[in-house]
Design a protein around this ligand. Structure first.
Ligand SMILES: C[S@@+](CC[C@H](N)C(=O)[O-])C[C@H]1O[C@@H](n2cnc3c(N)ncnc32)[C@H](O)[C@@H]1O
Length: 391
């Protein structure tokens, strides 16, 4: 259901999902715990934001002095560039400002900066944000916002879901530190997975399961599964399997998974595919480990694990050696079986591009057969081995 919502968001280009303060605080705390000076003397850019009511802007403005920030910049996207049904009302401070412009408030993005005490209360906080209209609509790809990227040290935001890939590459081409929210399926994008493999980017400290991260949506958002109303009557919605993607260090990625040996797994596990012994793939020299907690502590070779492994990945404990066909590296094969009769059983045609397959004893539902015997595809897999075991 949650994935349906993500699909719908993409189709309608509805990117209006606003992040909760507590979610931002939780993730940033993990970076601060690891390195209390992570934000010190840094210029932080928050693009694709709505600084007037964004919790990102609020969080960093409120903590400007505590974190020792050099400069905070937040930019918004013009109301005219957003879907038409997103209500827009200029904020009071803008309406009351002599620079208020009826056209620009709709057609231009805005920039908010925080560097100094403007209110005279001898503190630098949210009351000291200074604003102006951008020349353009605030599209992160514009020259104007790209220039802001180039001048920043760290980029932090929840970018438009429909432009996640583009946004990530926009950041990376500027070689910046970053922390952004995305759908954890992005792990398997063929452009993203190699970066994870090379430890250039990783998951943040908040690695949520399906439905555990909720975003504010506008009141008029159509009713959907996965919606809740908070104590203030605001509508929130979950969008699939959300996760933070970052290149900022945090402690969770250095915690080691505690694991059993291969023989103990086989002895104690209740799960098929483990209790009878780990199976080997038919088309790749690795064992199939269907559950992350069943990774054997003493297996020296390559192991195929579900992508949820990345939520537990510690680069000192494991190395990632590849991913299956779904994540851009071999093995991949397109099985194009035609209907045929095998051992008197009429097999229905099945076609699919698959990664790893496991040989089965008999034909049945879900098996493919054009290698001459039945094989069954397993879900997306990442290949790993214990650190120090590679040749
Ligand atoms: C997922 S929302 C998050 C908003 C805010 N950062 C937050 O977390 O509360 C993404 C925002 O990006 C804006 N947006 C969409 N396309 C954009 C683009 N090309 N450039 C800049 N912003 C864009 C959307 O209008 C939306 O406000």
């Amino acid at each position: 259901m949650a994935n349906d919502n993500l699909g719908a968001a993409k189709k309608a280009k509805n990117d209006e999902f606003y992040t909760q303060y507590a979610d931002i605080e939780k993730e940033m705390n993990a970076y601060l715990e690891y390195n209390p000076d992570v934000f010190r003397d840094k210029t932080i850019l928050l693009p694709c934001d709505d600084p007037e009511w964004s919790n990102f802007t609020k969080y960093f403005a409120q903590n400007f002095e505590t974190f020792g920030l050099k400069k905070l910049i937040s930019t918004s996207y013009a109301p005219n560039s957003k879907p038409r049904d997103i209500p827009y009302q200029p904020a009071l401070f803008e309406l009351e400002d002599e620079r208020f412009d009826e056209v620009k408030t709709q057609a231009n993005g805005k920039i908010f900066t925080l560097t100094r005490d403007t209110s005279g209360d001898k503190r630098i906080d949210v009351d000291d944000l200074e604003w102006s209209y951008l020349d353009g609509d605030g599209d992160f790809r514009s020259e104007e916002v790209t220039k802001l990227r180039d001048g920043a040290d760290i980029i932090i935001t929840n970018p438009p879901f429909s432009l996640f890939r583009e946004f990530l590459f926009w950041i990376l081409s500027g070689s910046k530190s970053f922390s952004i929210i995305g759908n954890s399926n992005a792990i398997t994008y063929k452009e993203v997975f190699p970066l994870i493999m090379e430890n250039r980017i990783w998951l943040g400290a908040t690695r949520t399961g399906v439905g555990s991260m909720y975003f504010y949506v506008v009141d008029s958002a159509p009713e959907k599964t996965g919606q809740v109303i908070d104590e203030k009557g605001r509508k929130l919605q979950t969008i699939g399997n959300s996760a933070w993607f970052t290149n900022l260090e945090h402690g969770v990625r250095h915690e080691a998974l505690s694991l059993m040996t291969e023989s103990d797994n086989i002895r104690f596990s209740k799960h098929d595919g483990v209790k009878g012994g780990f199976q080997k793939y038919d088309n790749y020299d690795a064992i199939e480990v269907p559950r992350v907690e069943a990774i054997p502590s003493d297996y020296a070779g390559v192991m195929g694990v579900p992508i949820t492994f990345l939520g537990k990945y510690n680069p000192e404990q494991f190395e990632i050696v590849g991913g299956d066909g779904y994540v851009g590296t071999p093995p991949t094969k397109t099985y194009k079986s035609k209907s045929k009769v095998v051992n008197g059983v009429h097999m229905k045609s099945q076609t699919g591009t698959m990664g790893c397959v496991i040989r089965r004893d008999s034909f049945g539902q879900g098996t493919y057969f054009d290698v001459g015997y039945p094989v069954e595809a397993v879900y997306k897999r990442i290949f790993i081995r214990h650190k120090g075991q590679g040749q």
